[in-house]
Write a protein that binds this ligand. Sequence first.
Ligand code: SF4
Length: 68
Amino acid sequence: MRVYVDDDACRGHGVCASMCPSVFVITDFGYAEARPTAIPAGLEESVVDTAESCPERAIHVTEENHVN
Ligand code: SF4
């Protein structure tokens, strides 16, 4: 599974970084980023919960195992 944050939708309030700091960080530009985009083993549930909690629905989780 992979995760990414839609820059256009993110408003930077940091819910994601609080809920799952192992994956989500707030960059110097004030928006969230997923690092890494490949979700580490054991964190899938946390990432999905976080995506569902994002007030802007800016976090997208896919089943893809690779990025083009
Ligand atoms: S919770 Fe959503 S809108 Fe808020 S910083 Fe994280 S990705 Fe951006």
